[in-house]
Design a protein around this ligand. Structure first.
Ligand code: FES
Length: 93
């Protein structure tokens, strides 16, 4: 197993459909907002290849959950859900 077990992975698809629909703008928004949400040491942001949901681009996978048809403006909602997930995890320990 690699990486920190407690880190939540956020994978933004940069396959061709997602790329065309603005995956890089979504990544940039994540990069800007992750520190603002205090999640810098809690999540690992990655770019990944096709996640198999090309008709619903841009696709983002958070842990085992998929977010589809994502625009940069919706990144904030994803991070609110991520923050909730991270807090739940830390309460379990
Ligand atoms: S290209 Fe992004 S889900 Fe296929």
């Amino acid at each position: 197993m690699k990486g920190d077990f407690n880190m939540l992975e956020i994978t933004v698809c940069v396959g061709s459909s997602c790329h065309l629909k603005g995956a890089y703008d979504v990544i940039k928004r994540f990069q800007r907002l992750i520190p603002e949400y205090g999640l810098k040491d809690k999540v690992e942001l990655k770019a990944g290849f096709c996640l198999g949901k090309c008709t619903e681009a841009v696709t983002v996978k958070v842990g085992n959950e998929y977010f589809t048809s994502l625009t940069p403006d919706e990144v904030e909602n994803v991070l609110k859900a991520v923050k909730k997930k991270v807090l739940e995890r830390s309460n379990i320990k």
